[in-house]
Design a binder for this molecule. Structure first.
Ligand code: FES
Ligand SMILES: [Fe+2]
Length: 362
C-alpha cells in the first residue's frame, strides 16, 4: 500500500494538499477501504421507524456484506449478517417487511426473529451439527436518534460526546420520515464527500438557487474529532423563489459524520445522505427526507416541493462529480491544494482516511 504513504497527514491546512488522485481510482485501495473504513465505523443500516414493531426487518449491505436488522418478539432490536449458515444465501431478500420468522429461500432453513436456527428440513443424521451454534451471526448495533447503525468489526470508533450532544439539541425526534430517493454518481465515493465538505466553496458557482438563500460570506466550518459541521446563516432578501419557499429559518446546518453520513437541517426540514460505494468509480447516495408533518395534504404538497429543490441541487452536483472523476485519471493531475478559508472539512476527512488506511495496511 505504497500509495497510502504518499499522503502526509501531519501538514497543517495551509501547507496541506488533497489525498493523491490514485486514491480515487485504485482498485486495491478501494478494497482496503471496504475492509477498514467501512467495516470499522458505524454505518447506517435502517431507520428506527422501519423497525418499530416485533417482526419488522430491514435488509441492507455494508461494505458489500448483506445485513439484516430485525426486532425480536422480545421487543429487542438486533442486527445479523444476512447470510444463511447452510450455503450462504441471503435469508431475507426484500428491502424491508414484517415476518414471523426468517426463512431462507434456498433450502428452507428457518431462524427465529432473535436469530436462532429453528428449522433445518431433511437434515437428520448429520453428525456433529449443533443447531444452537448455527444461528445467524450477530453484528454490533447502535440505535441513535432516528437511526440504526451497525459496525462489522470491533474498533475504537464511536460517536463522540460532542457530536451526540450537538445533534441531541436539534430535537430530531419531532421530524418524521417522508420519502427516500436514490442518486447515482459516476465517481468514487470520496469525490462526493469532498464536494460536500468544501465549505460552500462551490455553492455560488454551481448552485445559484441555494446560493440565493445562504449568506455565503458567513459560512462557518467547525471540525470535531470525527465530524464536521458546516453552517450558514440564511437570508430571505433576494431569495430565488422556488428555493426560498422551502428553505427558511435562521441557519442551515450541514453535519458530516466520518466517513459517509450527512445530516442536513434547515428550519423544519431534514435530509440525510448516505454515501454508498458501488465500485471504484460508482457511488450511490441515498437521501431520506424528514418533515414535522407528513400526513396532512397541505404539508405533503409543501414537503414534495422541498424534496424537488433537493433533487435540483443533486442534479447540479452530478455533472461536476463526473467531471472531477475523469480529471483525477489525467496524467496532468496528482493532488491539489486546499483553501484555508473553506476546506478544513476535507482536510479532516483526508487525515481520518489516512489513519484508517495506514493502520489496516500494517
Ligand atoms: S442456503 Fe439457506 S437453506 Fe441452504
Ligand atoms: Fe453541491
Amino acid at each position: 500500500m505504497r500509495i497510502v504513504d504518499e499522503y502526509d497527514p501531519n501538514l497543517p491546512l495551509d501547507h496541506a494538499s488533497t489525498i493523491p488522485a490514485s486514491w480515487y481510482v485504485n482498485k486495491e485501495l478501494y478494497e482496503a477501504e471496504l475492509k477498514s473504513v467501512f467495516s470499522n465505523t458505524w454505518q447506517l443500516a435502517a431507520r428506527v421507524d422501519q423497525v418499530a414493531q416485533p417482526g419488522q426487518y430491514v435488509t441492507t449491505d455494508v461494505a458489500g456484506e448483506p445485513i439484516v436488522v430485525v426486532r425480536g418478539n422480545d421487543g429487542v432490536l438486533r442486527a445479523f449478517f444476512n447470510v444463511c449458515r447452510h450455503h450462504a444465501a441471503a435469508v431475507m431478500t426484500e428491502p424491508q417487511g414484517n415476518a414471523a420468522q426468517l426463512r431462507c429461500p434456498y433450502h428452507g432453513w428457518t431462524y427465529s426473529l432473535e436469530g436462532e436456527l429453528k428449522g433445518t428440513p431433511d437434515f437428520s443424521g448429520v453428525c456433529d451439527f449443533d443447531r444452537a451454534r448455527n444461528g445467524l451471526v450477530p453484528v454490533e448495533m447502535l440505535e441513535w436518534e432516528n437511526w440504526v447503525f451497525v459496525k462489522l468489526q470491533s474498533s475504537e470508533f464511536s460517536f463522540t460526546t460532542d457530536l451526540t450532544n450537538e445533534i441531541g439539541t436539534l430535537n430530531l425526534g419531532g421530524l418524521h420520515w417522508f420519502e427516500r430517493r436514490h442518486y447515482h454518481f459516476d465517481c468514487n465515493w470520496k469525490v462526493f464527500v469532498d464536494n460536500y465538505l468544501d465549505g460552500g466553496y462551490h455553492v455560488p458557482y454551481l448552485h445559484k438557487g441555494l446560493d440565493s438563500v445562504l449568506d455565503y460570506s458567513q459560512y462557518m466550518i467547525e471540525n470535531g474529532e470525527i465530524h464536521c459541521l458546516q453552517w450558514s446563516p440564511m437570508v430571505s432578501d433576494g431569495a430565488e423563489a422556488q428555493t426560498g419557499a422551502v428553505r427558511k429559518g435562521d441557519r442551515a446546518l450541514y453535519y458530516w459524520i466520518y466517513p459517509n453520513f450527512m445530516i442536513n437541517v434547515y428550519d423544519g426540514v431534514m435530509d440525510t445522505n448516505l454515501v454508498v460505494p458501488r465500485g471504484v468509480d460508482q457511488t450511490e447516495v441515498i437521501f431520506d427526507f424528514y418533515f414535522p408533518d407528513v400526513t396532512s395534504n397541505e404539508a405533503r404538497a409543501r414537503n414534495k416541493a422541498s424534496v424537488e429543490v433537493g433533487q435540483r441541487i443533486q442534479d447540479e452536483d452530478t455533472a461536476i462529480c463526473k467531471s472531477v472523476q475523469r480529471g483525477l485519471t489525467s496524467r496532468a493531475y496528482n493532488a491539489g491544494r486546499l483553501s484555508v478559508r473553506r476546506e478544513a472539512g476535507e482536510h479532516l476527512f483526508h487525515r481520518l482516511l489516512h489513519a484508517d488506511l495506514s493502520t489496516s495496511a500494517e
